[in-house]
Design a protein. Structure first.
Length: 243
C-alpha cells in the first residue's frame, strides 16, 4: 500500500480514441468533431530538419532495424506505464515476460525516485484533457508533487536525454496538457515534468516551470494554429483535385 491520495476533485470527460488517416484523434463527449491528439499535432508540425534527422537515423540503422527498435521501445514503455499506474492505484501488476522483467525494474526506479515521499495527491491518472474545438490528449498524471501541482509524464528511453532535445517535443506536450486543464477547469498549472528511465535503468527528471513553461504554452498554441493551417490547405487541395 502507498500513501498517495487519489482524489476526485475534477471531473474528466469520457472519450474514445480513434484513427483518422492513421493519426490518433479523440471523440470527446460534447464535442461535434474528432479532436487531433497532442502527439498528432506535434508530428504534423515538426520541423523539416527534425524529419530529415529521423530519416537519416532510419537509413543509418536500416529501416527494418529502426522499426524493431521503435516497436520494442513502445512495448517496453507501455508495460512500464502500466506497472507504475498499478502502483498508484494499489493494484499491482505482475508481468513475468522478458520485457516485463525489464519494465518492472524501470518502473521500480520511477517509483523510488519520483513517487515515494514526493507525490502526495493525485487528481487524475491518464485523464483526458482537451481544449474545446482544438485538441485533446491524455497526461500520465496530474497531482501534487513536492508540494506543487504538476502535469507529469513517465517516459522510457533507449539512452539518456539532453534537456535541449526535449524542448520541441516533451516540453510542448506538457504545456499542451496544462493549457487544456486550464481551459477545462479555470485553474493554471505552471509546471510540467518528465520522469525518464532508460532501458539501462538510468533515471532523469527534466521539468519546466516559470517563464519557460509559460513560453512553451505560447509556442504550443502556435503549433496548433500551424496544424489547422496545414489541414485547411490539404483539404482545399483535395477538393480541387476532386473537381
Amino acid at each position: 500500500m502507498n500513501n498517495i491520495n487519489i482524489l476526485d476533485k475534477y471531473s474528466f470527460p469520457k472519450t474514445v480514441r480513434s484513427s483518422v488517416e492513421g493519426k490518433r484523434h479523440y471523440e470527446v463527449t460534447g464535442e461535434k468533431l474528432k479532436l487531433p491528439s497532442v502527439t498528432t499535432i506535434l508530428g504534423a508540425t515538426e520541423s523539416e530538419e527534425k524529419q530529415q534527422s529521423l530519416e537519416a537515423w532510419r537509413v543509418r540503422v536500416g529501416h527494418a532495424n529502426a522499426l524493431k527498435i521503435t516497436t520494442e521501445a513502445a512495448t517496453r514503455g507501455t508495460l512500464m506505464h502500466g506497472i507504475v499506474e498499478g502502483y498508484l492505484l494499489n493494484k499491482p501488476i505482475l508481468d513475468l515476460t522478458a520485457n516485463g522483467e525489464q519494465a518492472h525494474k524501470m518502473a521500480s526506479i520511477l517509483i523510488e525516485k519520483a513517487i515515494e515521499g514526493r507525490l502526495t495527491n493525485v487528481y487524475g491518472i491518464e485523464p483526458t484533457l482537451y481544449k474545446k474545438g482544438s485538441y485533446a490528449g491524455a497526461a500520465d498524471f496530474i497531482g501534487i508533487h513536492d508540494g506543487v501541482p504538476i502535469i507529469g509524464d513517465w517516459k522510457q528511453s533507449n539512452k539518456p536525454k539532453r534537456e535541449e532535445w526535449l524542448r520541441d517535443t516533451y516540453r510542448l506536450q506538457l504545456a499542451a496538457y496544462a493549457l487544456a486543464f486550464e481551459d477545462m477547469f479555470g485553474e493554471p498549472i505552471d509546471k510540467g515534468v518528465n520522469f525518464i528511465c532508460t532501458k539501462d535503468f538510468y533515471f532523469q527528471e527534466i521539468g519546466w516551470e516559470g517563464q519557460d513553461f509559460a513560453s512553451a504554452k505560447s509556442e504550443w498554441l502556435k503549433r496548433v494554429d500551424q496544424y489547422y493551417e496545414i489541414m485547411e490547405k490539404k483539404n482545399k487541395n483535395l477538393a480541387t483535385s476532386v473537381e
